[in-house]
Design a protein around this ligand. Structure first.
Ligand code: F6R
Length: 619
């Protein structure tokens, strides 16, 4: 949600910033802008509504900018529409201070009124612009020796809400300053150059040495590195880390869309999530464990909090966690969690699932949980992000960068990571014996191969998708772990193809939604294995017959050898045989491909669907 890059070094800042914005555009694409401080101290800015290409066009017509200090922004609009005037950077009345921002300044209306009373001219409808004018005041009120970092510190003391702010000032041509509270910011440390960015992909082409920044901190970046202080001015330390993937992982690699590449990467992504998770004594290994085994033994209830696709991964996990650990497990949308005052104490384990590690709803949910003394374990794909840092233990999904806005490979990583946590809990609590845990892990380790097998036979799904491109709506039905898969299939179709889609528990249909069925309506049914939970299987075969009898076009996802569904299926999509709890790792794949191909057939951009952003850092 808004992408930010700041740069100070020896290269033309405009080029570094544009390259960074290309990699960050997935975070928001309503407008883009750039600011560069020239060596003579003049501040230049350009900004344009719409995708980055519009800004690039304007910059191509601009004379070469010599400055090697600057910043860039790609916006997901919150306050004020996606216009040129609302695009970042925003400048103060003197035109010497430029500010870019990710987050929401909640008290901006009061600050704006105060600034206007004092004679400031505000040119946009954004919350961000007040910061430029407040810095102008802080600089003019203070001693001439006061730095831009000092001024930013004073201003941060007046701001409510979440923000990452990056500021350039014509009076400080060799410095870029930034502040962060509850919004992402990482530092890239190059050779004679320093980067500030929403995530490491913005500077990965230049350096893999990064620094994690804590909450409520100010960063002063020069070519030599960074100085970090808290909002009171006390020096603090960042946490260095090495980015373990390179620039090729953040590129399309011959695919027309990142989403297609990321779908194809799922066997590797899943294998990477699972890699090295079993210790020599057969135990499961987490990444950063600041909780003791006793803490896990003391758990008497599990909450999973997450949003969107990550929430669906949590819904799947519930079945496994309860089955393996015999602990009650509730799954909550993170945005609702803290407002309903859930019952939490130090024996509650809260599992927060987040690809980006920055989703503000999830971050606020875990902060609330920790205030109530609950333990928090994060499942996250992004090293250096906020949610792992604010948690007691972490398991990284290690799926590599996911650039397509719709989550695909990280969903599989999240499901697998949740299953590992379930097994870990069962193991430390003594509910499963070591050999039972080992047998489950062995089955999990076969899944990357089965994912590969499923993707190798996915071509007919693409053809079917093209046939469905004009459908008015699509329904998805599932039972047991197939129900969250149905929700995920519907979400993918909504966000990518802008089609009406709903996921239902198949048994619930007859209690109302069956009225939606009309001749020709595509209904996708995720069928559980006939082996193992045969009761479920029999029930869903009846549900397929019910919708088919009312004229629906039934698209059935069933495992190899399941012949019972054949008489009632308009189309069958086969998936390999898997244990029931692991089936979502394969049944989700055709749904991702279906949504992606329908969207492409409708001429849509699957990497950047309308109104969305990859990392949602506002509540
Ligand atoms: C859908 C999608 C979103 C995210 C959700 C949570 O394809 O990607 O629903 O799953 O915004 O994001 P993270 O996992 O970053 O917390």
């Amino acid at each position: 949600m808004c992408g930010i890059i700041g740069y100070v070094g020896g290269k033309p800042a405009v080029e570094v910033a544009l390259e960074g914005l290309r990699r960050l555009e997935y975070r928001g694409y309503d407008s883009a802008g750039i600011a560069v401080v020239d060596p003579d101290g003049s501040l230049r800015t350009r900004r344009r509504a719409g995708k980055l290409a519009n800004l690039e066009k304007v910059l191509a017509e601009t004379d070469g900018w010599a400055g090697t200090t600057g910043m860039g922004h790609t916006r997901w609009a919150t306050h004020g529409g996606p216009t040129d005037a609302n695009a970042h950077p925003h400048v103060d009345c003197t035109g010497t201070v430029a500010v870019i921002h990710n987050g929401i300044i909640e008290n901006f209306a009061a600050l704006r009124a105060e600034l206007e009373r004092a004679g400031h001219q505000l040119a946009s409808e954004t919350d961000t612009e007040v910061v430029a004018h407040l810095i102008e005041d802080a600089l003019s009120a203070a001693e001439p020796t006061v730095t831009i970092a000092d001024a930013l510190r004073v201003v941060c003391g007046r701001l409510e809400g979440a923000f990452t702010l990056v500021v350039t000032h014509s009076g400080s041509p060799d410095t870029v300053v930034a502040a962060r509270r509850n919004s992402p910011l990482v530092v890239g440390l190059g050779d004679g150059e320093t980067f500030l960015a929403s995530d490491v992909s913005a500077f990965i082409a230049h350096t893999r040495a990064a620094l994690e920044i804590g909450q409520n901190q100010i960063v002063e970046a020069t070519r030599a590195g960074v100085t970090l202080t808290d909002f009171a001015g006390t020096p603090v330390e960042g946490r260095p880390f090495h980015v373990d993937w390179d620039v090729s992982a953040a590129e399309k690699g011959g695919f027309p869309y990142f989403m297609l590449k990321e779908i194809s990467e799922q066997p590797t992504a899943l294998a990477d999530t699972l890699r090295g998770r079993l210790s020599d004594d057969g135990g499961i290994v987490l990444d950063e464990e600041r909780l003791s085994e006793q803490d896990f033994r003391d758990v008497d209830k599990v909450f999973i909090v997450a949003c969107g696709t990550a929430y669906h991964a949590g819904l799947i996990a519930k079945y496994a966690v309860e089955h393996w650990t015999r602990l009650p497990c509730e799954v909550e949308m993170a945005s609702e969690f803290r407002y309903r005052d859930p019952v939490l104490d130090r024996s509650t384990l809260v599992i927060a699932i987040s690809q980006s590690g920055e989703t503000l709803d999830t971050l606020m949910a875990i902060k609330h949980a920790r205030e109530q003394k609950a333990r928090v374990l994060a499942i996250c794909n992004t090293n250096g992000s906020t949610i792992p840092r604010e948690s007691d233990a972490v398991l990284y999904t290690r799926c590599g960068p996911e650039v397509g806005v719709a989550a695909t490979k990280t969903f599989l990583g999240q499901v697998a990571a949740c299953l590992l946590v379930g097994l870990f809990l069962a193991q430390v609590r003594g509910v499963l014996y070591g050999d039972e845990v080992g047998a489950n892990v062995a089955m999990l380790q076969q899944m990357p191969g089965l994912v590969e097998q499923t993707l190798a036979t996915i071509e007919p799904v693409r053809a079917l998708a093209r046939e469905l491109a004009d459908a008015k709506a699509v329904l998805f039905l599932g039972r047991h772990v197939g129900y969250p898969v149905a929700l995920e299939g519907a979400l993918k179709l909504k966000e990518l193809a802008y089609m009406h889609a709903e996921g239902f528990p198949a048994g619930e249909l007859k209690h109302g939604p069956i009225a939606l069925i009309e001749p020709g309506l595509p209904v996708v049914v995720i069928v559980p294995s006939p082996r193992g939970r045969s009761v479920l299987h029999g029930k869903i075969v009846s549900n397929i017959q019910e919708v088919r009898a009312r004229g629906a076009r039934t698209i059935v996802i069933a495992e190899e050898g399941d012949t019972d569904v054949e008489p009632y299926a308009s189309h069958i999509i086969r998936v390999p045989r898997t244990p029931t709890l692991l089936a979502p790792l394969v049944t989700t794949l055709p749904l991702q491909v279906l949504a992606c191909e329908i969207a492409l057939a409708r001429g849509l951009d699957v990497d950047q669907p309308r109104n969305l952003a990859k990392s949602v850092t506002v509540e």
